[in-house]
Ligand binder design. Structure first.
Ligand code: SAM
Length: 372
């Protein structure tokens, strides 16, 4: 039976109340409970693969259910979040390190950001604390502990910067914020508490890779649960640009879509899509890339293995495109059988924030690789 709150489960919101899932707020994610429901409802078997793993909802939920899993993502921030949330830790090592952080005093260094935009959103005190913490965390020898504290620091920076993530952009906002070091220490304390209450399990493999070219062994995967970027949306880079630039050495010019990012270079899908030639280049490039990913997914699935895709349609300035229909057409042409298309919710599309263009569906598509 379809859960009554499916419209909520396709969003990250319910994860804000789930231990470990809430360690890093990922705007584009879906809920742990959606993964749990899908596994039960469709008898999904492991290993589970998520080619767009984001903040790790699929791989963490799989670990918590005792199922082996693999995830990949192009974003180094997403990969770090997924790894940190799914590892088994020596909690005593983390506690000891946190104790050391508490003892440390931040020396006043008169540091201010060089970029004027940054000066407007972060106080000098917090900028100094961020630099101090970053340096100390980078000195930690144990990789798991280093990554654990690094993620806590990245999240703490987002919390104390005078910005909010609205829609697909960052907006300046006056916030009453604590000291970054205090926030970081409290965050680490909460994360350690979650680990003490949780269970260890099989650690998933999480890889920084591009799903358009990343290949797993043929017939090696039991199921796929994933959500690609949505057509004409690049929130996963734009709203995290501060974090990506400051902590992952990503240049501002490198912030791009990764799916559909070469509209000037369209070759056309190998499979014929109805009305493809009438689509704007951005949509053609998107479906061309999604075809590559779906072909890779079909290949690595075991026969009878299912692929679940959570996707919303694209809002373009002059039209809407229902991506679920097109991905189903692509899936069928690749060889998948369509098991279900669940319309989870509708989203209004506006041009210039006010002119209504139409409504797109956000759907859960369930496909199956037939037995040969
Ligand atoms: C909708 S989000 C997935 C969110 C995830 N389900 C969760 O709950 O956190 C899509 C993800 O795809 C990633 N991505 C975009 N293009 C990619 C590509 N070509 N290969 C792999 N990952 C990609 C983005 O970095 C983003 O994290």
């Amino acid at each position: 039976m379809i859960p009554k709150n499916i419209s909520e489960l396709v969003t990250f919101s319910p994860n804000r109340f789930e231990p470990i899932h809430d360690w890093f707020y990922y705007k584009e994610g879906y809920a742990k409970k959606l993964v749990e429901w899908l596994v039960k409802e469709y008898n999904l078997e492991g290993p589970i693969f998520d080619p767009f793993c984001g903040s790790g909802t699929t791989v963490l939920a799989a670990k918590q259910m005792g199922i082996e899993s693999i995830g990949c993502d192009v974003s180094p921030l997403a990969v770090l979040a997924s790894k940190v949330k799914t590892r088994n830790y020596e909690v005593e090592t983390l506690k000891k390190k946190l104790g050391e952080f508490r003892e440390m005093k931040v020396p006043p260094e008169q540091l201010t950001p060089r970029d004027e935009r940054l000066r407007k959103i972060i106080s000098r005190g917090n900028w100094e604390e961020m630099h101090f913490l970053k340096k100390k965390i980078e000195e930690i020898g144990d990789e798991k502990a280093r990554d654990f504290f690094y993620l806590a620091m990245v999240d703490s920076f987002g919390a104390v910067a005078q910005v909010v993530k609205v829609g697909g952009s960052l907006r300046r906002a006056k916030k009453n914020v604590p000291s970054m070091k205090k926030f970081f220490e409290r965050k680490c304390e909460r994360m350690i508490r979650d680990l003490e209450r949780g269970k260890k399990g099989v650690e998933p493999e999480v890889i920084e890779a591009d799903a358009r070219v990343f290949n797993l062994e043929e017939n090696s995967i039991g199921s796929i649960i994933t959500s690609p970027p949505y057509l004409n949306k690049i929130e996963y880079t734009t709203v995290y640009k501060l974090e990506l630039i400051l902590f992952f050495k990503v240049q501002e010019t490198q912030l791009r879509a990764f799916i559909g990012d070469e509209p000037q270079n369209i070759r056309g899908t190998k499979i014929k899509i109805k009305n493809f030639q009438k689509f704007p280049p951005i949509a053609q490039a998107y479906f061309e890339d999604m075809e590559k990913v779906m072909v890779n997914c079909f290949r690595c699935l075991k026969p009878k293995g299912k692929m679940v895709i959570v996707v919303a349609g694209g809002c373009l300035p002059d039209r809407i495109i229902q991506s679920d229909e097109i991905l189903c057409d692509l899936g069928q042409a690749i060889g998948f059988k369509i098991i279900d298309i669940i319309a989870a919710r509708e989203i209004f599309c506006h041009a210039n924030r006010s002119i209504k263009i139409g409504k797109v569906r956000e759907s859960v598509i369930v496909l199956e690789k037939p037995e040969v």
